[in-house]
Design a binder for this molecule. Sequence first.
Ligand SMILES: [Zn+2]
Length: 236
Amino acid sequence: IKKYNSTFFQFMNRRASANCRYQPTCYEHAANCYTHAFLIAPAFVGMALLHRLSDNRWETITAWVYGIGLCALFLVSTVFHIITWKKSHMRAVEHCFHMCDRVVIYFFIAASYTPWLNLRELGPLAAHMRWFVWLMAAAGTIYVFNYHEKYKLVELAFYLTMGFFPASVVTSMSNTEGLHELACGGLIYCLGVVFFKSDGIIPFAHAIWHVFVALAAAVHYYAIWKYLYRNPTRDF
Ligand SMILES: [Zn+2]
C-alpha cells in the first residue's frame, strides 16, 4: 500500500494552509490547462450555431450574450492556468488573471441564465431577474476586486447564491420544458464543487472540477439549443 501511495501521490502536492493557495504539480498544471483549452473551439462553434438558429433580434442578442459568456469562461480559464503554470514569476500578471478567472464565473452564471430569462415568458416580478442577474455579477466583480482570496467560504457562498437564486423564476414560467436538464446541469456543478474544494486531498482535483464544469455547461447548452432555439418544424 505504501508503494502504491507514493506513486499515486507524486501527482499531487500537500494541501495548502488556510487562505494560502495550493501549488499544483506540473502534471496537475498541464491537466488544468488542457481540460479547458479543448473546449474553447466547441464553445465558439456552439455560439455560431445558436446565432444561425436565431429567428428574431431578441434571439440573436441572447445568442451573442450566452455565446460570449461560454467562450469567455473557457478562454479566460485556460489563459489563467497557462500563466499560473509558466509565468508564475510575473506575480502582478498572474494575480490579475486569477481575478479575471473568478470574475468570469459570475458573468458566466448570468450568461447561462440569460436564454431562459430572455426567451421564456415570465411573470411580472420574475421578469426583473433579466437585469438582476447582471447586477449580481457586477456585485461579485466588486467583491473580487476588494476581497480576492481573503474569505474563501464567503466567495463560495456568493457563487452558490448566484447559481441558484435566479432559478426561482421557474415558479412563474408557464412553459416548463427543459427545466429537468437545467436542474441536472446545476447538480453537476454542485458535485464539481466537492472537487473544487479538494486540492491536495485528491490528485488532479482542480482538473476534475474543470471536467464537471464542462459537462454541466454542455447539458445546459443542449437544453438551450433544444428547447429555446431549435425549430422542430425545420431540419435543425
Ligand atoms: Zn480552473
